[in-house]
Each structure stands twice: as structure tokens, then as C-alpha cells.
Write a protein that binds this ligand. Structure first.
Ligand code: A3P
Length: 278
């Protein structure tokens, strides 16, 4: 969807701001930015680049504010508007607000092994607050000291079945797509092609759109894959694909005993075996 407004200069169709027809609603650190920017490669997709937080923080401002003042991109009738706000997944009340606000909306959730997700989340906090206490402290000591008043939010995000339950009470399973954050890393084209089908988009994204960048350590999308002379790679920014700190094996073991039984409930709920660590 790059240069989309220029392409549209030549035809007479008026462009309008639309409410998103697709929302990537989580999970935090699942690969939501990668997914949004990869989908944006598709000529019939326009991504809203900010996390709007409309349905969890700005809902009282109203849908017209969301659409116009918050400036959903101008799109033609053939284009899908898509936004992502990962905190939606864990915020009670959001599924119902979305369902009532945008009745035909489709929801995409990208899940990652909750242990990896937790370490990724902790790494992000570390980058903002370098003096953060240890992983072990947050995972095992803090809730005891604080008498469970605030158990670690990052740990709670990974209790996927608990949060997903709220979505399944409101949305048809057929209006939701559950993605593996691991496959999104190793084979983004595979996942993106499945999303194209889910969204009834014409097939566009191919394996050739992604090239491994050794420095980044990830596949990076190739812009203009059809024209080799102008082809360039656009990796995600430095805040995506950070290296993670070593976590002590005992901490990992305890965390994994916590998540493992919960993962099994989640697999049953989704009908998908994500094959995460035992
Ligand atoms: P890490 O930075 O911990 O490795 P989110 O955008 O939801 O915050 O997710 C960030 C995660 O996206 C990254 O976590 C990384 O694992 C994942 N990711 C998936 N595909 C990626 C890609 N092609 N480039 C960089 N990060 C990618």
C-alpha cells in the first residue's frame, strides 16, 4: 500500500476514512508490529500506524472521533483499514465494545509461547527502566511481598485462555484468526497467506517478499519485489527483535510449570496445538 494516494490520483473514486475492518488485538510482544507492517505490503490493505487504544482508553470520545479526528487513513472502497492495539486482548469490556462499534470487524490475534513473551516483555521494560529488579523478583517474590495486590501484569498476559474466553463470548470463531508468533518469525509468508484467505484478499504476498537479514537476525520485508533494480529491504526498528537476557534455568522451569497446564486449556479452546515448551 506504499504510495497508495498517488496510485489513486488517476481514478475518480473518492477516498474516505473508514473505521477499521480488521483489528490486530494482541498479544503484546507476539509480533503485532511485524504482522501489521507485513500486511501493509498488500495493495488492498492500509495500516493505521499508531496504537489507537480507542477501545480501551478513548472509547468515551466516540466512534466519529476515532475515525476522523484520530485520522484513520483515506482509503478506496477496495482497501481494508487495519489497526493494532495489543492491550485490547487483556482488557475486559473491549471485545463487546468492538463488536458493537464495528459489527462486521475481523479480529486477528498473534500468540507466542507465553514464556518467550514474558521474557520479551521484561526485556522491553528493561530497555525503558534499566534499573528494573530481577526477573526472579518480579516472577516469584513481588506478589508475595505485595500480598498479591498486584501480581505481575506481564505474567497475567500469558494466561491466554482466561483472556480469550471473553472474546469467544462475543465473537464468532469464524471472525477471528489465531496466528502462531513463532511461524510469523520463521515463515511470515505462510501466515500472511492464511490471513489473506481469512480476509478474502486477493493473493499477493509471496515468500520472495521476505529476505533474511543476518545483522537483524530476522526476515525483513522487501519493498518493490517486482522490480529488482529498486528492491530494498525494510527491517523493523531496533525495538523489535531485541536480544533477551539469560534467565536462570530454575526461573524458567518454575514459569514453565505455571504456564504448561494453562497452555493445554488454551490449545483445547482454540483447537490449535501451538507446541510450546513443556
Ligand atoms: P523481541 O523484540 O523480544 O524479539 P510486538 O510488535 O507485538 O511488540 O512483538 C515484538 C516481537 O516481534 C519481537 O520480540 C520479535 O520476536 C517479533 N518479530 C516477529 N517477526 C519479526 C521480524 N521480522 N523482525 C523483528 N521482530 C519480529
Amino acid at each position: 500500500s506504499i504510495n497508495n494516494s498517488i496510485i489513486n490520483n488517476n481514478n475518480t473514486e473518492t477516498l474516505t476514512s473508514k473505521l477499521p475492518q480488521v483489528i490486530i488485538a494482541g498479544v503484546k510482544k507476539g509480533g503485532t508490529k511485524a504482522l501489521l507492517s507485513f500486511l501493509d505490503l498488500h495493495p488492498h490493505v492500509r495500516a493505521f500506524r499508531f496504537e489507537s487504544h480507542f477501545f480501551d482508553k478513548h472509547f468515551n470520545k466516540g466512534l466519529e472521533w476515532y475515525r476522523l479526528v484520530y485520522q484513520m487513513p483515506l482509503t478506496s472502497s477496495s482497501e481494508l483499514t487495519i489497526e493494532k492495539t495489543p492491550s485490547y486482548f487483556v482488557t475486559p469490556g473491549v471485545p463487546r465494545r468492538i463488536r458493537e462499534g464495528i459489527p462486521n470487524v475481523k479480529i486477528i490475534l498473534v500468540f507466542k509461547d507465553p514464556i518467550t513473551r514474558l521474557v520479551s516483555d521484561y526485556t522491553q521494560t528493561m530497555s525503558k527502566y534499566p534499573n528494573i529488579r530481577s526477573f526472579y523478583y518480579h516472577a516469584f517474590l513481588r506478589s508475595k511481598r505485595e500480598r498479591n495486590k498486584r501480581s505481575w501484569k506481564a505474567l497475567d498476559i500469558g494466561i491466554y485462555h482466561k483472556h480469550l474466553q471473553r472474546w469467544l463470548e462475543v465473537f464468532d470463531r469464524s471472525d477471528m484468526y489465531f496466528m502462531s508468533g513463532e511461524t510469523l518469525i520463521t515463515d511470515p509468508a505462510y501466515e500472511l497467506q492464511k490471513v489473506e484467505k481469512f480476509l478474502n484478499l486477493k493473493p499477493f504476498i509471496k515468500r520472495e517478499h521476505f529476505v533474511f537479514n543476518a545483522k537483524k537476525g530476522f526476515l525483513c520485508p522487501v519493498i518493490n519485489a517486482t522490480d529488482i533494480t529498486t528492491t530494498r529491504m525494510k527491517c523493523l526498528g531496533d525495538s523489535k527483535g531485541r536480544s533477551h537476557p539469560q534467565i536462570h534455568p530454575i526461573s524458567l522451569f518454575r514459569i514453565s510449570s505455571f504456564y504448561h497446564p494453562l497452555n493445554l486449556i488454551f490449545y483445547q479452546m482454540t483447537g490449535i496445538n501451538f507446541n510450546w515448551t513443556e
